[in-house]
Design a protein around this ligand. Structure first.
Ligand SMILES: [Zn+2]
Length: 145
């Protein structure tokens, strides 16, 4: 238990930046639901375990906290304490994210990343994209006249 304080400090920090099941992800889920899209959560069988997947459209969505995933924005800045520790940790996350995106693309999925700092614009873009896919699917389902 010598690590106790450190562990609790770390988990306190992580709880502020994680995205699984948090308000960021909920915002995206609510928007999709309102627009009538069906989705699944945390698809462990897919590369990178995407937060939200729409199997019908083969769209996989990652909802990323800017700090944790090394976004190039104000929120993505490294803390002043132990910057090297965080640099290594976050660089590993960025590499993991890139691999997941490459592997999803190779398997015919469309990976989409939604960032914390631009969440409303990103959600709008995802909804526009999905609406387009949905109308195309409806068009293809129509019997030939
Ligand atoms: Zn950001």
């Amino acid at each position: 238990m010598t690590d106790r304080l450190t562990a609790s400090q770390r988990s306190g920090l992580m709880s502020r930046v994680r995205t699984k099941g948090t308000s960021l992800e909920l915002t995206v889920r609510r928007a999709l639901h309102r627009s009538g899209f069906r989705f699944r959560l945390h698809a462990r069988e897919l590369p990178g375990c995407p937060d939200i997947v729409l199997p019908r459209y083969r769209v996989a969505i990652f909802v990323h906290g800017c700090f944790w995933h090394g976004h190039n924005c104000r929120r993505g800045k490294l803390p002043e304490t132990r910057p090297e520790f965080w640099r290594a940790k976050i660089a590993a996350n960025v590499v993991r994210d890139e691999h997941a995106i490459a592997r999803l693309t190779q398997s015919g999925w469309t990976p989409i990343t939604i960032w914390q700092c631009t969440i409303s614009e990103d959600v709008d873009a995802v909804l526009a994209r999905l609406s387009e896919l949905r109308s195309r699917a409806l068009f293809l389902q129509r019997p030939p006249s």
